[in-house]
Design a protein around this ligand. Structure first.
Ligand code: AMP
Length: 220
């Protein structure tokens, strides 16, 4: 199955994507994770990406499309695909359609996780993750068992906060979402070739996970 997971930053896409991959077994491609790995590598591309990411702005389409097209080609096509954070603009969605159409592997559905802005700001500013295994926590809603250390990793692996998870940057990222990414949902609806389903992301992670899994099963 090939699915695009959409929703504002902090709606829980990353948390839900991990659960969906465990349940349905498709390859998970998160543009944000791919860009952060590129940034951590210290490459020229990574430095260019970092300029946009630290300001909460979208990376230009041509760069995003090039990096993501390569990642999709290299992913395990048999396993299916869960795209998370991509596409985020209409030109990105058009480029993705073209690539998938050429491969004769069109999308099966678009799942949009929706959440309120204030809930998002509270979630994002409290979000922490393990630099070793990537597990995501929240200081209030999903705290680790031991103060600031990952539950799953051996030794004391201290959780970190993304540099773009501050309130000011979150508000920039929300503005970018409403201006540039919401139109992608309308694009898929207009295009009419793919089912678009909305899931309420305001609940606790388990509730959202159940609703998301149900939405994906309904697409199959
Ligand atoms: P995320 O982890 O999905 O919130 O992405 C973190 C940051 O990476 C975003 O705020 C953007 O700066 C950049 N980014 C990730 N995916 C995209 C995309 N599809 N288009 C443009 N910028 C992106």
């Amino acid at each position: 199955m090939r699915i695009v997971l959409m929703g504002p930053p902090g709606a829980g896409k990353g948390t839900q994507a991990k659960r969906l991959v465990e349940r349905f077994g498709m390859a998970h491609l998160s543009s944000g994770d791919i860009f952060r790995a590129e940034k951590a590598s210290g490459s020229d591309l990574g430095q260019k990406l970092a300029e946009y990411m630290s300001a909460g702005q979208l990376v230009p389409d041509d760069t995003v499309v090039e990096v993501m097209a390569r990642a999709i080609t290299q992913s395990d096509a048999q396993a299916g695909l869960l795209l998370d954070g991509f596409p985020r603009t209409v030109p990105q969605a058009e480029a993705l359609d073209e690539q998938l159409d050429q491969a004769e592997k069109p999308l099966d559905g678009v799942v949009v996780i929706v959440a309120d802005d204030e809930a998002i700001v509270e979630r994002i500013t409290g979000r922490r993750s393990c630099p070793s295994c990537g597990r995501i926590y929240h200081t209030k809603f999903l705290p680790p068992r031991r103060d600031a250390f990952c539950d799953d990793c051996e030794g004391d692996v201290e959780l970190t906060q993304r540099t773009d998870d501050t309130e000011q940057v979150v508000r920039e990222r929300l503005a970018a979402y409403y201006q540039q990414t919401e139109p992608v949902i309308a694009y898929y609806r207009r295009q009419g070739q793919v089912k678009v389903v909305e899931v309420d992301g305001n609940g606790m992670p388990d509730e959202v996970a159940a609703a998301t899994a149900q939405a994906i099963e309904a697409l199959a």
